[in-house]
Design a protein around this ligand. Structure first.
Ligand code: PMP
Length: 428
């Protein structure tokens, strides 16, 4: 493929934007080469500035569960924009989408909208700290909860891709209040709870991890966390920025049957516009300003265009729950097809999957936490990534990311993907 125009645009971008990108994972640093500049997209396909076509497995890093430029979302945004883009006052649509979200997700009474997943997690943790009047939190190595200071401690996603899981600029004072546990290891959590009794406000995690590649919770892990939180009187926060409205209408809580105390959303809830949210039972949510003492705010929070996109997306998912079965079936089909050709071509691998999230780890052993994810062969991943790209398949340019399927993918698209994996894996 020819990437001439992308390359020219990247050179121009680098002059005025650090690294040429507004979010590090978009750059191809981890795999080598230069990022593609995308011109347009529809359904399962993206087209770059040189006119190359790709079957997309990133889907804006998760939001586009029904494909690019999904008509109901696009039309809702256009219609809303004609009436004004922002007022900074309450609007009816905020209540409409809040009512819908609360009805779809188990175990929440109230929800507040923000502008990103980062804001959602940052605010949820502040709320937990305020509510419990305690300062320490527990997070898991390899989980990513956005780029606010408390979370850039052994963070996954771009933070680990770029070799800075602990970012300079985060003060030691902040870092000391984030305690680190091992994903899928309840003992590591209990040790921290025992050693810091009465000091921990909350445990935050991705209930199905996606930021060290896809890593589902082991049987009993989430249930065990719930039990520990009850025993030690600590709030459990599910960061469902990836999983919310993606794995089921009610997200991971519905899928696993485990209740969290606070739930964070992003990605799908905004239908591709900048939206995040956090939600909990009334007692906790009313601890927020203006009813409670914990401060949290936003000039563009609940923005009408963003709410219109989110409402159109959630309405579609709520009205058509069979989408989740269809997505899971497509993902299973892809899993089987990829596994078959990788085995045939003698490529060492482990595939993790849950719902419409899937990752191919080039690792021999089961990938269950950050340490086992990091053992994956990055040289193999780089070749795999570039081989697929060359064959019109666009996956995230890092091994520490999950693939996101969209229901716009046809079985022909999946077959084309499996055929490309077959071709590429012969040369790994
Ligand atoms: N939490 C999780 C689980 C995420 O995957 C992400 C982003 N990938 C975030 C939080 C941060 O969201 P945003 O990039 O919208 O700030």
């Amino acid at each position: 493929m020819i990437y001439k125009r992308s390359s020219e645009l990247f050179a121009a971008a680098k002059e005025v934007i650090p690294g040429g990108v507004n979010s590090p994972v978009r750059a191809f640093n981890a795999v080598g080469g230069e990022p593609l500049f995308i011109k347009e997209a529809k359904g399962a396909y993206m087209y770059d500035e040189d006119g190359n076509k790709y079957i997309d497995y990133i889907n804006s890093w998760g939001p586009l569960i029904l494909g690019h430029a999904f008509d109901p979302v696009v039309n809702a945004v256009i219609e809303k924009a004609k009436k004004g883009t922002s007022f900074g006052t309450p609007t009816e649509i905020e209540t409409t989408i809040a009512e819908l979200a609360v009805s779809m997700v188990p175990n929440i009474d109230k929800i507040r909208f923000v502008n990103s997943g980062t804001e959602a997690c940052m605010s949820a943790v502040r709320l937990a700290r305020g509510f419990k009047n305690r300062e320490k939190i527990i997070k898991f190595a390899g989980c990513y909860h956005g780029h606010s200071d408390s979370f850039l401690i052994q963070a996954g996603s771009g933070a680990v891709t770029f070799g800075t899981p602990n970012s300079p600029g985060v003060t030691q004072g902040t870092a000391k209040d984030t305690l680190l546990a091992t994903y899928n290891d309840l003992e590591s959590v209990e040790d921290l709870l025992k050693a810091n009794q009465g000091e921990i406000a909350c445990i935050i995690l991705e209930p199905i991890a996606g930021n060290m590649g896809c890593i589902p919770p082991k049987e009993g892990f989430l249930e065990g966390l719930r039990k520990l939180c009850d025993e030690y009187d600590v709030l459990l926060i599910f960061d469902e920025v990836m999983t919310g409205f993606r794995l089921a209408r009610g997200g991971a809580q519905e899928l696993t049957g485990v209740d969290a105390d606070i739930v964070c959303f992003g990605k799908v809830i905004g239908g591709g516009l900048p939206v995040g949210a956090f939600a909990a039972r009334t007692e906790i949510m009313d601890y927020l300003a203006p009813t409670g003492p914990v401060y949290q705010a936003g000039t563009l929070s609940g923005n009408p265009l963003a709410m219109a996109a989110g409402l159109a997306m959630l309405t579609e998912l709520n009205d058509n729950p069979e989408i989740y079965t269809s997505l899971a079936q497509k993902t299973e089909y892809l899993h089987k097809g990829i596994a078959e050709v990788l085995i045939k071509n003698n490529v060492t691998h482990t595939i993790n999957r849950r719902g419409s999230m899937i990752s191919v780890h080039f690792a021999e052993e089961a990938v269950v936490d950050f340490t086992s994810a990091a053992k994956g062969n990055n040289d193999t991943f780089k070749k795999f990534f570039h081989g697929l790209l060359e064959n019109g398949i666009y996956i995230a340019p890092s091994a520490f990311e999950t693939w996101f399927l969209t229901d716009a993918l046809s079985y022909e698209d999946l077959d084309a993907t499996i055929a490309a994996v077959d071709k590429v894996s012969k040369e790994l």
